[in-house]
Design a protein around this ligand. Structure first.
Ligand code: DC
Length: 677
């Protein structure tokens, strides 16, 4: 996950490859609540791991459910409809899918079994309405106290054991603000349906009916067969009781799929295709209907059970007019696809956007305008006309995961005449539903040669290049190229194969066929050569000396050239070595040349070795360093020297943090978003 103040997306122009989607948020939290209320143990497969599911899991644990992880499976042992804990304070973040159903379930349980529960969330959660649900619960006999503004969380739900609920008459609930109120009642009322049928009637037009279908579908999996008449009247049959299905699989998130469908529609051309796994045309999620809307705009979509494949069809996309009541979340993605259309796109029926994680109509209008679009907004619609002139946008995300994911699509502006980077503020807000969204995104996208920024860090042995480069890459969320490791691995391969380090042709052949793998994620920093881990072997002084020898052979340098260029991938690259700025990335927008006195470098290397328990002698070390510097600087091909436009950084007296800050400051000044923050 990108835990950075902002993430800069370079101008992008292609997309291809496969993405496996995380589990659906809507299904995950419903399944968790049902499993938590049911008797017995439910093995939940492919549960979404995100902020919204974490608060639900915390709540279930606090209520006395047993949760056991078993690899990718979570086993939930439920309460069997009986409260195990009668008092709790539950913090539910900004998860509407936790707040609404838990409020209903705990109101009903407290009213009949006795208890006192307080539900709260982040400040935005306290601005998201829940009054219509409370208004449906109170006439039943539930005690619901507003602890803040009436009609909004936080709430207290309480009652005495032995209380009875007035379920004889139909329970009325509004359906036109959020379908989650009806979902909450449908999930909670089977708890009190022992003696008679319970009828729920919807006032006003029910929005987002696909989400109600998910609710009914999952209730059926847990043994509750709700009868429905149209979208107006729902009956929970007498004697209903949750029964665990034993095991249940959470399908991939169809709303999250929309970003990748859009990627394909925008940028998968020729033989390229974006393949999406985990959700397919058989999905029970309403947002799968986004596919129809994307096709109407021009996408080519193929699919089957559990998969979709998407590529560009019509270009530019067609502007559309669409009522989006059935796909409220995925509709946001259409608003951004509208940037690439041949005319305005008008999305209606989206009043619910105003009560989501943020006021999404206002937020979308403001941010799309920043990249150059003309936007008209109304109480329940948005109309987007594509930019005449693209601008680099600094995108606010309003702590709304979908704003961040949607606006990442604006980086494809080179496909529509732009050449602008997009800065996404607070990118980690995607953790609400898709913590690794940007990693997945960067895994698929491509940029024009030269569009991906590179910072080069060159310098002599033991100048601290490696440490500085790794810290910069982490701070920026960029790729890292430790080019020295390529020469070291080549030296090692020569040693393994008994090839003399000055046999230019033979060593170059080894270099061209290096089977080298750099660890990612939890394996970052580790390296494998021909399947064998060489992390420690690569750092040996002897390997360094060997590397310096093979690095002086022009054919070896040539053989490693293309491999090094391939590290230049979005969102950016920090490359360290000797000739990064002079030979490999001569057009890099920021080049740093590190220096430090030989005495200082020898002292640092000495400290490193001693820390590892390797005996070393300062005088010998210094002599080795100087010999290696002499060889690296005096060789004919790509000698060690600063590029003409390099910034010199003498870090003899600087700590690593100061060096990092200095380079980041240079980058901020020279980068596309201009002056220092
Ligand atoms: O940075 P390092 O110590 O891991 O590099 C090992 C050797 O590889 C170094 O002596 C010079 C050579 N090298 C090179 O010639 N060009 C590079 N870009 C990186 C390293």
């Amino acid at each position: 996950m990108y835990d950075l103040p902002h993430l800069d997306l370079p101008p992008l122009n292609s997309a291809a490859g496969t993405v496996r989607l995380p589990g659906s948020k809507s299904i995950s939290n419903r399944v968790l609540l049902l499993a938590g209320l049911a008797a017995g143990t439910t093995a939940v497969h492919d549960l979404l791991a995100s902020d919204d599911t974490r608060v639900m899991l915390d709540a279930l644990r606090a209520l006395g459910c047993t949760l056991e992880r078993d690899g990718a499976v979570l086993r939930v042992t439920g309460l069997g409809g009986r409260l195990a804990v009668h008092e709790a304070r539950l913090f539910l973040g900004n998860a509407g899918t936790a707040m609404r159903p838990l409020a209903a379930a705990l109101a009903v349980l407290a009213a009949t079994q006795g208890g006192r529960f307080e539900l709260s969330g982040v400040p935005r959660m306290h601005e998201r309405p829940i009054g219509d649900l409370v208004a449906a619960l109170r006439p039943l006999g539930c005690t619901v106290d507003d602890l803040g503004n009436p009609g909004y969380p936080p709430l207290r739900l309480s009652g005495q054991a032995g209380g009875r609920l007035a379920t004889e008459l139909p329970i009325r609930v509004r359906g036109d603000v959020s379908s989650q109120f009806l979902t909450a009642l449908l999930l909670a009322l089977p708890l009190v349906a022992d003696e008679r049928d319970i009828v729920i009637e919807v006032d006003g037009e029910l929005i987002s009916t696909p989400y109600i279908e998910i609710t009914l579908n999952l209730l059926a999996r847990f043994g509750i067969a709700v009868r429905r008449e149209g979208w107006q009247r729902f009956t929970i049959p007498r004697g209903s009781r949750y029964a665990s299905p034993g095991a249940i699989h959470v399908e991939g998130d169809a709303s999250s799929a929309s970003y990748f469908v859009a990627l394909g529609a925008l940028a998968a051309q020729g033989d390229d295709v974006v393949r999406i796994e985990g959700v397919g045309l058989d999905s029970i999620q309403g947002d799968i209907r986004f596919v129809d809307a994307a096709q109407a705009m021009g996408a080519q979509v193929y699919g089957g059970p559990g998969w979709l494949e998407v590529k560009r069809g019509r270009w530019p996309l067609a502007g559309i007019h669409l009522d989006c009541k059935q796909i409220p979340d995925a509709a946001m993605t259409l608003a951004v696809m509208a940037l690439y259309a041949d005319g305005p796109t008008r999305l209606t029926g989206i009043a619910s956007w105003r009560v989501k994680e943020t006021d999404r109509i206002a937020a979308m209008a403001a941010e799309l305008r920043k990249v150059g679009a003309a936007v008209v907004e109304g109480p329940d619609f948005i109309e987007v006309s594509p930019p005449l002139q693209w601008q680099p946008g600094v995108i606010h995300t309003y702590d709304d995961h979908r704003m961040a994911m949607c606006l990442s699509l604006a980086a494809f502006n080179p496909l529509a005449g732009g050449n602008c980077p997009v800065r996404i503020l607070d990118p980690k807000c995607v953790a609400k539903t898709f913590p690794d969204y940007f990693e997945a995104f960067f895994g698929l996208v491509g940029a024009a040669d030269g569009a991906v920024p590179v910072i080069t860090v060159d310098g002599p042995t033991a100048s601290g290049k490696g440490t500085l480069a790794a810290a910069l890459a982490a701070a920026l969320g960029w790729q890292l190229l430790d080019s020295g490791a390529l020469y070291r691995a080549t030296g090692l391969a020569a040693q393994w194969d008994g090839v003399a380090p000055d046999d230019e042709a033979a060593v170059a052949r080894l270099a061209a066929a290096l089977e080298l793998r750099f660890g990612q994620g939890s394996e970052a920093g580790r390296v494998w050569l021909r399947g064998r881990e060489v992390t420690d072997d690569l750092r040996l002084e002897a390997t360094g000396a060997l590397a310096s020898r093979v690095a002086s052979l022009p054919a070896v340098r040539q053989a490693l050239h293309a491999l090094q260029l391939a590290f230049r991938r979005a969102p950016g690259l920090v490359a360290d070595g000797r000739d990064m700025g002079t030979v490999i990335f001569p057009g890099a927008p920021l080049k740093v040349f590190l220096t430090a006195s030989a005495a200082e470098r020898a002292a640092r290397r000495h400290k490193q070795l001693m820390a590892k328990g390797i005996p070393a002698n300062m005088i010998d070390l210094r002599a080795d360093l100087e010999a290696r510097d002499a060889r690296d600087t005096s060789r004919a091909t790509a000698p060690l020297k600063p590029a003409e436009d390099a910034r010199l950084l003498d870090n003899s007296a600087l700590g690593i943090e100061e060096s990092v800050q200095q380079v980041l400051a240079w980058w901020q000044q020279s980068g596309p978003f201009g002056s220092p923050p």
